[in-house]
Write a protein that binds this ligand. Structure first.
Ligand SMILES: *Cc1c(COP(=O)(O)O)cnc(C)c1O
Length: 392
């Protein structure tokens, strides 16, 4: 992992105003639903003024929330950012803030599944939107699926089951030429390992609930863009009206998470690299999917657009899917649960209930095991995995 100098500044002191808060090194949490003004005239000036930075009502903006937004904008090389009460609130707001009824959306097949469900149960039946699933790796497929009313391309790279990556610049260029906005879920890479806006992507989304929060104790989401006017319109539009702003306490937790993000990620990456090499050399393991391995089928592209890796990977056994379940149940240090990005290790078979079609499209079996390598130490995790692999 090679965070940039400006990123390390943003994680620590960036956008802070210590002496505006009595020199406190931790920002105050502004638990206030509204802000008052000395006179009604001053209130009216703030409420109707062009100054988007004025604090009036907590569903629109809040000083603790604003500090987090400024840090995230710097981290992702954007002009501005918005934070939401969850990653899904950010994702669905991005769709509603770029598309209108009757529009068509292209979406990566391997992207976060709740987006597909939102489109199937809200976008399609209620807003007459259509969605086409594509691999994201094949521009010819995108060319075949694109329509005159295609408005948005939804991407995720690396995707969080098999860690395939998308050529961001190629897709962004292709879409821009055709008037299609590009949206990319950058949660998996984190802003320290990849900056999609630099490759021409229009909107970056992050779940704060994973590495940014970092302690499995909060839910939140973010959108970042180089188009400050669009962010301004979203702040005083879709986010204000849907009411999905992040709470001040969660904003404070995310700011605290950012302080140690570079240190935590370095530890997650170092551990995961050792775990991936152990798994790759194990006779019962058929395939390891990790962006940090030289054996990754897109290793050249990864080096071009990513600066490092995280603690997340998946692997397949040389055994039937039932053995994968037996194996993860034998793990002691890996909790059986979804999500990732916290201090703790986790294991899951995310495709266990998938249909045949989905398995063929992803090119994996039902027995795919995804693990998150937490901060318990590589030796402890490898010992735990070795025992569980021995059992099957
Ligand atoms: C968890 C996750 C989300 C959803 O975020 P929430 O904060 O749970 O709404 C979206 N994308 C990816 C890649 C995720 O892992």
């Amino acid at each position: 992992m090679r965070p940039e100098r400006e990123q390390l500044s943003a994680l620590t002191h960036g956008s802070e105003n210590y002496f505006g808060q009595l020199g406190a090194v931790a920002p105050p949490v502004f638990f206030s639903s509204l802000h008052v003004f000395p006179t009604f005239e001053e209130y009216m000036k703030a409420a109707t003024g062009v100054d988007g930075g004025a604090y009036i009502y907590g569903r629109v903006s809040n000083p603790t929330v604003r500090l987090l937004e400024q840090k995230l904008a710097t981290l992702e090389h954007g002009e501005d950012a918005l934070v939401f009460s969850s990653g899904m609130a950010a994702a669905t707001s991005a769709i509603l803030g770029t598309c209108k009824a009757g529009d068509h959306i292209l979406c990566m097949r391997d992207s976060y599944r709740p987006i597909h469900r939102f489109m199937a149960q809200v976008g399609k039946p209620r807003l007459n939107m259509d969605i086409s699933l594509v691999s994201g790796q094949d521009l010819q497929e995108v060319r075949n699926q694109i329509r005159p009313n295609t408005r948005l391309m939804i991407l995720e790279s690396p995707a969080t089951f098999v860690f395939s990556v998308v050529d961001l610049k190629a897709v962004a260029d292709f879409c821009r030429e055709r008037g299609v906005k590009t949206y990319m879920d950058n949660t998996c890479a984190t802003p320290l390992n990849q900056n999609p806006l630099d490759h021409g992507i229009d909107i970056v989304m992050h779940t704060l609930s994973k590495y940014i929060g970092g302690h499995s104790d909060m839910i939140g989401g973010a959108l970042i863009s180089r188009d400050g006017a669009w962010i301004h319109d979203m702040r005083h539009g879709v986010r204000e009206w849907l009411g999905g702003i992040l709470g001040p306490m969660e904003a404070w937790l995310a700011i605290r998470g950012l302080r140690s993000l570079a240190a935590r990620l370095a530890a997650h990456e170092g551990t995961a690299m050792q775990v991936a090499l152990f798994l790759e050399s194990h006779p019962k393991v058929k395939r390891v999917h990790y962006t940090g391995l030289k054996s990754h089928p897109q290793a050249n592209l990864i080096v071009r657009q990513m600066r490092g890796h995280t603690g997340l990977m998946s692997f397949e056994l040389d055994r039937p899917p039932e053995d994968a379940v037996k194996m993860i149940n034998a793990l002691k240090l890996f909790g059986k649960g979804c999500s990732w990005g916290g201090y703790e290790s986790l294991a899951l078979c995310p495709m266990y209930g998938a249909g045949e079609e989905e398995l063929i499209a992803s090119g994996v079996t039902r027995g795919l095991i995804r693990i998150h390598c937490g901060l318990e130490g590589a030796d402890n995790l490898i010992a735990d995995l070795a025992v569980a692999l021995d059992i099957i």
